[in-house]
Design a protein. Structure first.
Lengths: 172, 129
């Protein structure tokens, strides 16, 4: 079985058997979509739900939001032949792991539920909330998904900002 | 300087959530006169019946996509000159070129920030008040 790991901000769509998409989630959410007729499935992994009103976020930041992650996933699935009417979603993640970070996980979980309901997509397996990280495994061709609590923290996918390589840099 | 509140807008996207987000973004920019449709086919009928100043349409839609919609608008003798801004994915460079050939007024790459949408609208209408 071929395994495809994804991290925050990524998504994958697969239309062949013997492939598993995997990810590890904390407060992030992964939505697994499956079209049982076309036998196409895909999974995304997003950090935040949607920008707050009046938030003039940069384009780079916008890519972390679920609303765009969902669109990218649905568009790619439809491009491969899936039909919106046949989609079914499995939802995972949205844990509130770190005290003091507010309820990002709950907000993400609520967004994922609201999104699929608003778009008329049926919900299959749903494992959202809690206080622990999860590992998610999804077989996109078969549409089978499962999650398990893990002790490890999910990887941090933020890209560290680099100094511009101009002039001398004083290290201290 | 046109008032954003005076511009009649049609938003076209097959995702309910995306239409709602575009509406909220436009509302933050001062737009008040908005309507939306989930398909280009429905939007075409609607803008023929009730003309708008600005169409903001997604490219990636089932049935009639954004390019086909743009072409249909441009061919129409009544609504042919309606301002048309296309929303595209980052990998759709060829789509942008085709849209330019068909007479799109501007395009916005998804995901977009409110400032980016405002800038593209202002390039067509001038500074909004």
């Amino acid at each position: 079985m071929k395994r495809i790991p994804i991290v925050q901000g990524q998504f994958r769509v697969v239309d062949e058997p013997d492939v598993m998409i995997t990810t590890v989630l904390g407060s992030c959410v992964a939505v697994c979509l499956h079209d049982c007729i076309a036998r196409i499935g895909g999974m995304n992994h997003f950090l935040l739900a949607e920008p707050s009103p009046g938030n003039f976020t940069s384009q780079q930041d916008m890519q972390r939001y679920g609303i765009h992650a969902m669109e990218l996933l649905i568009n790619e699935m439809m491009k491969r032949g899936a039909s919106r009417h046949h989609l079914r979603a499995h939802l995972y993640g949205g844990a509130n792991i770190v005290a003091g970070l507010g309820n990002i996980g709950s907000t993400n979980a609520a967004f994922a539920r609201r999104f699929v309901q608003t778009e008329g997509i049926g919900i299959g397996h749903c494992d959202l909330g809690g206080r622990h990280a999860r590992r998610v495994e999804f077989r996109p061709y078969e549409g089978k998904a499962r999650s398990a609590v893990v002790a490890e923290s999910p990887p941090i996918a933020f890209q560290p900002r680099l100094f511009a390589a101009t002039g001398d840099i004083e290290l201290f | 300087m046109p008032a954003a509140s005076a511009i009649k807008v049609m938003i076209v996207d097959d995702q309910v959530s995306m239409r709602a987000m575009i509406r909220r973004t436009l509302q933050d920019l001062g737009f008040r006169n908005m309507r939306d449709k989930g398909s280009a086919t429905d939007a075409l009928v609607a803008v023929k019946a009730d003309r708008v100043h600005l169409i903001i349409s997604d490219y990636n839609m089932p049935d009639m996509d954004g390019l086909q919609f743009l072409e249909a608008v441009r061919k129409d003798p009544v609504i042919g000159k309606t301002v048309f801004i296309m929303l595209t994915g980052s990998a759709d460079r060829d789509v942008v070129q085709k849209a330019a050939a068909l007479g799109v007024n501007n395009y916005v790459v998804k995901p977009f920030a409110a400032a980016a949408l405002r800038e593209k609208i202002e390039r067509v209408f001038g500074e909004l008040t």
